[in-house]
Every structure is written in C-alpha cells, then in structure tokens.
Design a protein. Structure first.
Length: 368
C-alpha cells in the first residue's frame, strides 16, 4: 500500500508541474466562494476554508478541462478524489498534502463542458489540518450540484474515522495511508440511503474514559463542541452550516472499556447525558438519536440501556452488537480494527435500525 501511495503522489506532483506549464488564462476562485458546497465542520477565514475532521468533503463544479487547488496543511493529510461521479467505494485518485502553500491538480484532460469534482479528507484530525486557499480553473466556476435531501451525523471513535480500513492484516500497525473514512460503516450506510453525512470522530475517544486513560477528563462530550477536532478554542454551532441531520448515530464505548478497565456507571451515564443534550440543543428535541453499544465488554449494553432509559429525552434508541458480527480472521485491518469487509457487515446490521428511526424505506440494493 505504501509503495502504491508514494507512486501516486509522484504522479500528482508531476501532473501539477505539467499543469502549471499548460494553464491558459487560469481563473483563481477563493475557497470560501459560496458556489462551492462543503459538508462537515469547516472554519472560514476570509478567502480560506480550514478543517481537520475526518470525512469533510466539498463539491466543485466548473467549465473547462482541469481543476487544481492551492492549499496548505499543518501535518500530513490524505484525500480522496472523484471526477464526474458520486463518492463510490473506490476513489478515482488520492493525494497527500504535507506542505505549506502548494498546488495540487485534481483533474485534467477533461472534455469540454461542465464537470464536478469531489474531494474528501480521508484521514483524521491528528494527521493534520488542511487550509484550502483557492481553486484554479480555465473556465467559469459554477454553482455546485444541490446537496442530498437526507443527512446523517455520526459521532464516534477510530471505527468511524476509518482506522485500518484498507489493511487486511490485524497485526499491521496504524498507517495514515490505510486510514480511509470512505470505507467505514458510516459512509456505507450513507451510500445505501443516498444521504450526505458528517463525521465527528476521533481515534481513542470515549464518553467518560479515553483509550488507556489518555487525556483523562477530555472526552467526546467535550470534543463534540469544537469546530476543529484538534483545537479547543473555537466553538462549533449549527449556524455554521446550512443543513441539519435527519438522524444522529453515536458509536463510542470501546475506549471507555479499554485495557480491562471502565468508568463507573454513574460517571458514564452523566457524561453520555451531556452529549445527548448537546445534540438535542443543536438540532431540536425531535431529532432521532441511535446509540450503539460496543461489543468490547458484556457490560456495555447494560451501561447504554441505563443511559437511554434515564435521560428523559425523546426519540432516543439503543442497540447492541455482539462479538460474532465479523470474523477476527478475515474482517480485521490494522491494530484489530474492522477493515472494509468488516465495516460492510456492521453497516448491514445498522441499516434496518436507521430505516425504522427515520422512516426511510429499505431497498434491494448492494451494501457497498
């Protein structure tokens, strides 16, 4: 995987150089232009748009044969690209941003007429914060296609970030190039229901206890309030986006029960109630929330049942998955996280519950 990724990066760099020579009358459009559609938590600063959460994606529609982006990154963020198609399981290309103020070619050699490119941040906040400065075309930038009628917000940990989804060996270490949120249960479920989606996820995060007590006292109920995954100084509010989710799915708990320890049920319940109340405050009391108990420990379902039956909120549902959901031999990627095969099995179990919570009909179609 690493060799393929590096070759791809070399080709992208060569392409950028070629494009710089060939560009005719380039049009530079600020990344904050209203014709560009962003989905996920972003921060606008003048002409720039910055973000670090997993899964943030944007749609850019334009006239002309090519599209490039001028961008920067605080670390090493990987991205997926699709040209003139929706976000399928397999991206058309991928690229890495690991420097300040660079130009990346997203598409070139296209036919005449209108085209749309989608770019998605496939790695999580710890890998870096990207800033998009401008998009470069040889023709007019157009209003992006309308967003989908349905929207799902997912709140989670490494399983939702896509840790190890492109690995097929549970003994592999974490690598940024094998983390791909587009192959998670969240993306798979959203494709099935033809829904847009937002990920609010961070590896190692728990409700009341993070993995092995890392950053004790700073958990998802705290992180959920922030515009950036890796910055506590800017608060996120629902007024920062033009859409609202139809349902919110919460999958946490695995890290709460990590390393053969767990928080008290009182502490866990209090912190989970805090998160539920923040979601309801953002989107209204009628928003359905589907809470999923981890299979990490037999007590997880009992903890979650206590949370949901004592919260005093409407439209709260809870379910639990068991260890038999996927194979430990074939369905695991890096560091014992579910790979794409394991994530598809998980998504297939979740789909009926989302259908019931939303009223969206289940269709006979592939889960992919």
């Amino acid at each position: 995987m690493k060799r393929i990724a590096l070759i791809g990066l070399m080709l992208i760099s060569l392409s950028a150089t070629t494009q710089a020579r060939k560009a005719k009358n380039p049009v530079h459009t600020p990344a904050s232009d209203s014709r560009i559609e962003y989905t996920g938590r972003t921060v606008v600063n003048g002409e720039d748009v910055s973000y670090d959460w997993s899964g943030v994606y944007c749609r850019i529609r334009f006239n002309g044969p090519s599209l490039a982006v001028r961008c920067s990154d605080s670390g090493n963020s990987w991205f997926n690209v699709w040209v003139d198609k929706e976000m399928e399981p397999k991206e058309d290309s991928r690229f890495l941003i690991n420097r300040k103020d660079t130009v990346i070619v997203l598409a070139e050699g296209l036919g005449k007429g209108e085209h749309e490119v989608i770019i998605q941040k496939r790695t999580e906040g710890e890998q870096g914060r990207v800033t998009l400065h401008s998009f470069i075309t040889e023709g007019e930038l157009l209003q992006a296609n309308a967003r989908r009628e349905r929207h799902i917000e997912f709140i989670g940990d490494s399983y939702t970030c896509g840790y190890g989804t492109e690995s097929n060996d549970r003994n592999d270490p974490f690598k940024a190039e094998t983390e791909n949120c587009n192959l998670t249960y969240a993306a798979i479920v959203s494709r099935y229901f033809n829904a847009d989606y937002t990920l609010v996820s961070h590896s190692g995060q728990g409700i009341a206890r993070n993995y092995d007590d890392y950053r004790r006292g700073y958990n998802m109920p705290d992180r959920y309030s922030h515009a950036y995954d890796e910055d506590e100084n800017i608060e996120w509010t629902p007024e920062m986006v033009s859409y609202r989710p139809d349902v919110v799915v919460i999958y946490l708990m695995t890290n709460d029960f990590s390393c053969s320890r767990q928080p008290s049920i009182g502490e866990f319940t209090s912190r989970y109630h805090e998160l539920l109340n923040k979601v309801k405050k953002n989107y209204g009391e009628d928003i359905p929330i589907l809470c999923i108990a981890s299979a990490a420990d037999q007590m997880c379902y009992d903890y979650l049942r206590t949370v949901c039956t004592t919260c005093g909120l409407k439209n709260i549902r809870y379910i639990g998955f068991t260890e038999g959901l996927y194979s430990y031999d074939n369905d695991l990627g890096a560091s014992w996280h579910p790979n794409y095969k394991g994530q598809k099995k998980w998504a297939s179990c979740l789909i009926p519950y989302i259908s019931t919570a939303t009223g969206w009909e289940m269709e006979e179609k592939p889960i992919r």
